[in-house]
Design a protein around this ligand. Structure first.
Ligand SMILES: [Zn+2]
Length: 378
């Protein structure tokens, strides 16, 4: 393959390594080998069953980081795939395989972008690093979160960070994610007393207590959002109660809910407000919270401006800024004060069968990434 196929070739190599979370399956070693040749110092940081790669070139500030993950979600039923998920195949201008868009295509583009950039600018300003984990799609405990703790302990401070998550909606580069909402989930168990529907005075129906409380929670206007964020949303995701019989008052009820919240709120405020509502309805309950991410925002500035210009120059597309979507590992990097934003391929097929990326977008993404480096480090 010629030079123009370098990104495609590397993406295929990565897809062939079946790195279902938290497996890395040799992806990081492959990337490290390429980066070492480009003058990077390589460090493998293994925590638990998770592999992490920290590769750095240069020692001065600003420190620019490409962040991403080598793990992929399971392929699901193999018979639903048109070609085997870990055997990359090109059909009609698309590369198919698990991880093609999320995010082995981006990883390949980062590596080839850096190779081209350092050969052109061997004495670039600042430093470039890669922070790659195999634990983004899983519990995300021993991955980026723990690498960030290690870096912070030894005083290594990230200034600028591009995460390669597939941010684009329809065309490569049409969307840059410059922040994410926070995510707070809860499991609520409400206790009552089981009994015969004909003798309600001998029972205590937990649903009759719970449902008005839920209605009140659903009706709360948590905030109005702001220029960067939509209003905070409260969503009930699961509701279980009853024995299946129509003559039994249930003994308890269980409900799960999740809030996606903006920086106008914080997890403590939400917990307080929810608890106050539950108390006001005199529920007997247990409540377990799961806080999976603080919100973050990187307003237009050095990083976002460079990313927008780089996309425009390489593709002609004007990117819009968005904070929609799920959480990402950016939530662990942003709290250290780094400017963090996400830019990657079209996300239409991620986590689905027949995941794919447009072949032409791979090389284009590599050019965009290289151009970002030019804007920031030359
Ligand atoms: Zn991803």
């Amino acid at each position: 393959m010629g030079d123009t196929d370098a990104t495609l070739e590397l993406a295929c190599e990565l897809i062939r390594r079946s790195s279902v979370t938290p497996e890395d399956a040799g992806c990081q070693a492959l990337m490290a080998e390429r980066l070492r040749k480009a003058g990077f110092e390589i460090e493998f940081l293994a925590f638990g069953e998770v592999s992490n790669l920290w590769a750095r070139r240069g020692s001065s500030a600003p420190l620019f980081v490409f962040a991403g993950h080598t793990d992929v979600v399971p392929p699901g039923p193999l018979e639903d795939w048109q070609s085997p998920p870990f055997e990359p195949e090109i059909r009609d201008g698309y590369l198919y395989g698990r991880g093609a868009a999320d995010m082995k295509g981006s990883l390949a583009a980062m590596v080839t972008a850096v190779e081209a950039f350092v050969s052109q600018h061997p004495d670039h300003a600042g430093s470039i690093a890669f922070l790659i984990t195999s634990d983004e799609e899983g519990p995300a405990v021993h991955g980026t979160r723990q690498v960030m703790e290690t870096l912070t302990e030894r005083g290594e401070k990230i200034d600028l960070c591009v995460v390669g998550e597939p941010s684009s909606a329809e065309h490569l580069g049409d969307t840059i994610k410059n922040g994410r909402r926070g995510s707070l989930g809860a499991l609520l168990r409400v206790h009552g007393r089981q009994g015969h529907v004909a003798y309600p005075h001998l029972a205590d129906n937990p649903l009759h207590r719970l449902t008005p409380a839920l209605a009140e929670l659903c009706a709360i206007q948590w905030d109005e959002g702001d220029e960067h964020f939509p209003p905070t949303s409260f969503q009930i995701t699961n509701l279980h109660s009853g024995t299946g019989a129509d003559n039994v008052i249930p003994g308890h009820a269980e409900v799960m809910f999740n809030l996606r919240y903006s920086p106008a709120l914080n997890a403590d405020l939400i917990r307080e407000k929810v608890t106050a509502v539950l108390e006001s309805h005199q529920l007997q309950y247990e409540l377990q919270w799961r806080h999976s991410g603080e919100p973050f925002i990187t307003p237009p500035g050095k990083l976002v401006d460079a990313m927008q210009s780089a996309v425009q120059e390489c593709t002609g597309v004007t990117p819009c800024l968005s904070t929609a979507g799920g959480t990402s590992d950016g939530r662990f990097i942003a709290p250290t004060g780094a400017e963090v934003a996400e830019l990657g391929p079209v996300n239409a097929t991620i986590h689905k069968v027949n995941e794919s990326v447009r072949v032409d977008d791979l090389e284009a993404l590599s050019r965009v990434y290289r151009n970002i480096l030019k804007h920031l480090l030359v």
